[in-house]
Design a binder for this molecule. Structure first.
Ligand code: ATP
Length: 436
């Protein structure tokens, strides 16, 4: 099946209200987006699926929700204050700015096509800064976190103590991160405000290698389990020069986006860099005492770091299908039911009050357990098409026979097969298919 084009995805996202331009009524804020009802549900489902697999289903990982703004020393210790730079060039002709390391041709401006028009490249720190309190000044300069990971490292000892965990164990966190990207773009792929899902897995130094291999495979499997097609997913090892200053080894999980392979998630062996640095900078001992071995050391860290907004976008692209059904085109999002924003739509065949009344009763049975939608407008064929386009796995139709047989027709999004199910048995039928 051919990949959808970038335009098809953006058009669907806008038309159905997955994503809106931020500040749209004021002319929009460039490269910033708001998630509409369906997009918010999809994003929440992606985050829930991550949390379930990383925290809820595991005995060796616990959760955390740390502050976006931390003491500035955190970013000195992490290296972000000194090292979190991208090389920035500006075109002297059209004044567009670009990341030098991301240009296909470092001599040619991709905006206006001129050659040799770039300024000298300069380092640009990607952290957003602001001030704490009413007076802006040197002393109260703070940063919005550019990753959620550091909130975990600085809480290592707090969490270890209260959760009474022994190595190996992990701390997971998801939430907003901010980077003043020079060239945001490709819709929600790279934005300045985005959501991350990160987990720091603390191990004995000698076990870090095996846990690294474990987490690379585990994270790849997560995307596959949620229905992403294997042909669109690959692992890529970072080469020597590409490795971050803190990493001994890194694999990227990459997705085949409409513009080519690009990063979904990075899994890094961060060694003991972070705990060691935070110990040095804070003066607090962040070593671990291994009772069995009778020694103290800095744990090593394996970090799977994913983007929630980026993953939601990739799942949307991967689910997009266009097909011809009985001579007419149908767009269908084949989202895994765990990710689908709406699990079932309840539709009366007509707007007749006695049918609508049954629809309300059926909806009332399903609503406490699943996200459902009731739609009474338009011809039934159009309503099916809309539900296919937003990825709703099941349409439950109440028709005139329902009044006699107390049964409804359940239509499967992917096969379009229809089952006649008694209203009494409907919740059980759905639970078998949707879980919950
Ligand atoms: P890049 O090199 O593309 O700027 P990175 O390698 O610095 O990204 P990480 O620091 O490893 O990214 O961040 C982990 C994950 O967070 C990324 O794999 C991605 O999914 C997500 N992410 C990072 N930056 C952004 C962004 N600007 N917009 C959306 N998601 C992002």
């Amino acid at each position: 099946m051919a990949q959808p084009t970038f335009e098809q995805i953006v058009n669907l996202a806008k038309k159905r209200g997955f994503v809106f331009q931020a500040s749209e009524i004021y002319g929009g804020l460039r490269s910033a987006y708001d998630y509409g009802p369906l997009g918010a549900a999809l994003l929440r489902n992606v985050k829930d699926a991550w949390w379930r697999s990383m925290v809820q289903l595991r005995d060796d990982v616990v959760g955390l929700d740390s502050a976006v703004i931390q003491a500035p020393r955190v970013w000195e210790a992490s290296g972000h204050a000194a090292q979190f730079h991208d090389p920035l060039v500006e075109c002297t002709s059209c004044h567009s700015r670009h990341r030098l390391d991301k240009l296909d041709d470092p001599e040619r401006c991709p905006a206006c096509g001129l050659r040799g028009s770039f300024t000298e490249s300069r380092d640009f720190n990607l952290m957003f800064s602001t001030h704490m309190g009413p007076v802006a000044g040197e002393g109260n300069l703070v940063y919005l976190r550019p990753e959620t990971a550091q909130g975990i490292f600085i809480n290592f000892e707090n969490v270890r103590r209260v959760s009474r965990r022994k190595l190996p164990f992990g701390i997971a966190q998801l939430g907003k991160s901010f980077r003043n990207e020079i060239t945001p773009g490709q819709f929600v792929f790279r934005t300045r405000e985005f959501e991350q899902m990160e987990m720091e897995f603390f191990t004995r130094p000698e076990e870090a290698g095996q846990w690294f291999d474990y987490w690379v495979e585990e994270r790849r499997a997560w995307y596959l389990d949620l229905g992403m097609r294997a042909a669109n997913l690959r692992l890529r090892a970072h080469e020597g020069g590409e490795l971050a200053h803190y990493a001994a080894a890194t694999y990227d999980v990459e997705y085949r986006f409409p513009w080519g392979w690009d990063e979904l998630e990075g899994i890094a062996n961060r060694t003991d860099f972070d705990l060691r640095r935070h110990s040095e900078f804070s003066g607090k001992d962040l070593t671990y005492f291994d009772q069995a071995a009778g020694k103290r050391f800095f744990p090593h860290v394996i970090e799977p770091a994913a983007g929630a907004t980026r993953a939601a976008f990739a799942f949307l692209i991967d689910a997009y299908h266009q097909e011809i059904v009985r001579g007419s085109a149908r767009t269908v999002l084949r989202l895994d039911s765990r990710l689908a924003p709406v699990k079932a739509a309840v539709l009366p065949l007509s707007k007749k009050p006695d049918l609508v009344e049954v629809v309300e009763r059926v909806a009332g049975l399903l609503r406490p357990r699943w996200d459902i939608e009731v739609d009474v407008t338009q011809a039934i064929g159009r309503r099916y098409r809309r539900q296919d386009e937003i990825g709703t796995p099941y349409c439950v139709t109440v028709d005139f026979d329902t009044l006699d047989d107390q049964a409804v027709t359940v239509r499967d999004r992917d096969t379009m097969a229809q089952d006649r199910i008694g209203i009494d048995a409907l919740a059980g039928y759905m639970a078998d298919r949707l879980g919950g």
